[in-house]
Design a protein around this ligand. Structure first.
Ligand code: FAD
Length: 276
């Protein structure tokens, strides 16, 4: 299969051990020559410094690193400072999100939706950043309706987004339909599928419940049946996710974005199977 553009997502490590582990993970994935990597951001600012530090650490190796930035709970002044810090360090690529407030954190902030953040970044910094936004082939859990969600997505593009990364999904048809529907609304930016490797049943079910991604019943049942047999979970997960990626690549997707959870093994195994 012809190689396509790959990108990898990491989270900012919280401990020195985590920093070392992420460096090792990055070294393992470097052979796959990602187009860029991205670093998540804790809404409410909890990992603000960690995101910047991680992005700078990655950039030292000559790899393009895109920080995520969320607006929920943030002030315009605070966002301006973060954008200025990124610019001063030569960062030119950003993933703009609304974010989710950790429970108990009250203030919504000055910008309500990701589309407001995209417009704000454009207003403040012109074309300084390539802006990515999130897309939801199975719809965002808080969306009023699928139609509203698609329109909200189109709004982010109108506000100035250059490309999009989807929430992970296991149903390729949901993605294909979403892309078609978005096109009908005039969206013509690349929509890159977000891929979640399967390595852990309970973690996958918990994440999917929170973010509104559907784990097909046959996949969930099989994973559940393996109990503590992590090897079987990994082997089955590798088959399922590689098949999904193969279908997407054959259909001509613009790239694949892997949610690595700071682990190289599963992402590397999938990519090596796809592009031997
Ligand atoms: P929005 O696009 O603003 O949408 C949020 C909700 O509001 C949707 O239901 C939408 O339909 C609705 N909506 C939007 N505009 C309007 C409007 N004008 N009127 C009415 N309703 C509207 N979270 C983090 O905290 N940190 C991260 O680093 C992070 N990285 C992510 C990376 C990717 C690729 C993805 C897919 C998600 C990521 N998330 C992250 C999760 C994300 O923050 C949540 O899914 C959040 O709930 C929504 O963010 P959004 O940018 O999609 O919001």
């Amino acid at each position: 299969m012809k190689p396509i553009e790959l990108s990898f997502e990491f989270f900012p490590p919280k401990t020195p051990d985590g920093v070392d582990k992420l460096r090792a993970t990055r070294a393992q994935l470097a052979t796959l020559a990602p187009k860029f990597v991205s670093v998540t951001f804790g809404a409410g600012g909890s990992t603000q410094q960690g995101t910047l530090d991680t992005v700078l650490d990655i950039a030292k190796d000559g790899v393009e690193a895109a920080p995520h930035l969320s607006c929920i709970g943030a002030s315009k002044e605070g966002l301006r400072e973060i954008l200025a810090a990124y610019r001063s360090h030569g960062v030119r690529h950003i993933v703009a999100l609304r974010g989710d407030l950790p429970s108990g954190m009250g203030e919504m902030g000055e910008l309500r939706y990701a589309s407001d953040l995209v417009a704000f970044i454009r207003q403040q910094t012109g074309d300084a950043f390539h802006i990515e936004v999130a897309a939801y082939p199975e719809y965002h859990p808080q969306a009023r309706s699928p139609r509203h969600d698609l329109e909200a997505f189109a709004q982010k593009v109108k506000a100035g987004a250059n490309s999009a990364i989807t929430q992970y999904f296991f149903n390729a048809d949901a993605y294909f339909r979403f892309v078609e529907d978005a096109k009908k609304l005039g969206v013509d930016i690349p929509i890159v599928p977000g891929i979640m490797p399967i390595t852990n049943y309970s973690q996958l079910m918990r994440f999917s419940e929170m973010c509104g991604a559907e784990v097909p019943r046959w996949v969930a049942k099989r994973l559940e049946s393996y109990g503590d047999d992590r090897e079987s979970i990994r082997a089955f997960g590798l088959d399922v996710v590689t098949d999904l990626c193969r279908r997407l690549v054959e259909a001509g997707v613009p790239g694949l974005h892997f949610y690595t959870l700071n682990n190289a093994v599963a992402t590397k195994a999938i990519c090596e199977r796809l592009f031997p």
